[in-house]
Ligand binder design. Structure first.
Ligand code: G3H
Ligand code: 13P
Ligand code: ZN
Length: 307
């Protein structure tokens, strides 16, 4: 199918209370893994690229690669700009065929975040493209931090209501305790689920969870076993996904889990096949392992069979 507008995918996910997986890609193997997993499970899927992914692969190459595989896939696939930096970048991506863009001005003061997001929304909506914005600062909820200190960086529901009304964004990434990368929680995930429910009730629009990788201990152990060094790292567990989705999350962003699995398998291949120098024999098993991770996520998020 041609690349799908994310708004169409959101509509059903919001109504039926499940989440669509966003998987970050910047090379052929991740794109094949993600699309292969979505086709196998008959799931809608979002492929995303950050600024650094676009810089790494080149926007024309990235879009051509994704389009050529998506065209042949019988499931809806959206192409999304992750953590977009400004209007010019969003317009550049839309021009090249992205069907959704994120504008992340969450580091700016509220008024500026609203103004920048509104400009992007005007440009994107004219092209039928969905806009995700972010409000609040991602970061773990520490046990020893008092409530007012922690509230200062989590998304404020009243502010979110005003933000969405004035910026006209279609989906909102909220800060409820997750953070990017491999080091999210000290142990069990601590998320502010009540905040998700409150924001959902007030806004009704699709909510997005960034920093949602699980940081699989087996991948971490394998990386360390084969010469890597990743310190004690924790992420989302299964109950945390289920709870967050039941309260109104409709898009879940995963990047770190794919990178960890990829690195673990690649390190193992290199260690166990010292005479091998065919990239396909080294990268192939890593690609298959990433595909399995994506299948597990799709199943967990409830989007299997929703294509
Ligand atoms: O949220 C950030 C994503 O994991 C993208 O990371 O900028 O290294 O591509 P990146
Ligand atoms: P992770 O680092 O938890 O995979 O989060 C990715 C993300 O939020 C991309 O926008
Ligand atoms: Zn993110």
């Amino acid at each position: 199918m041609p690349l799908e507008y994310l708004s169409r995918m959101y509509e059903r996910a919001n109504r039926e209370n499940y989440a669509i997986g966003q998987f970050n890609v910047s090379n052929l193997e991740f794109v094949q893994a993600a699309i292969g997993a979505a086709v196998e499970l008959k799931a809608p899927i979002i492929l995303a690229s950050s600024s650094s992914a676009i810089k790494y692969a080149g926007i024309e190459t990235l879009v051509a690669m994704i389009r050529s595989l998506a065209d042949k896939a019988p499931v809806p696939i959206a192409l999304h700009l992750d953590h977009g930096e400004d209007l010019a970048q969003a317009q550049h991506c839309i021009k090249h065929g992205y069907t959704s863009v994120m504008i992340d001005a969450s580091g700016k003061p509220l008024e500026e975040n609203i103004r920048i997001t509104r400009e992007v929304a005007q440009a994107a909506h004219a092209a039928g493209v969905t806009v995700e914005a972010e409000l609040g600062r991602l970061g773990g909820i520490e046990d020893n931090v008092n409530v007012s200190a922690r509230d200062a960086f989590l998304t404020d529901p009243l502010e979110a209501q005003r933000f969405v009304r004035e910026s006209a964004c279609d989906a909102l990434a909220i800060a409820v305790g997750t953070s990017h990368g491999a080091y999210k929680f000290k142990g069990k995930p601590v998320l502010d689920y009540t905040r998700i429910s409150t924001i959902k009730k007030m806004l009704g629009i699709p909510l997005v969870l960034h920093g949602a990788s699980s940081v699989d201990p087996q991948s971490v152990a394998m990386i360390n076993q084969f010469g890597g060094h990743i310190e004690d790292a924790h992420g989302m567990d299964e109950p945390a996904y289920r709870e967050a989705i039941s309260r109104g999350i409709n898009k879940v962003n995963i990047d770190t889990d794919l990178r960890l699995k990829w690195t673990a398998i690649l390190r193992k291949q290199l260690a166990e096949k010292p005479a091998e120098f065919d990239p396909r024999k080294l990268l192939g098993p890593a690609r298959e392992a990433v595909r399995e991770v994506i299948k597990e996520k799709i199943t967990l998020l409830g989007s299997a069979g929703k294509a």
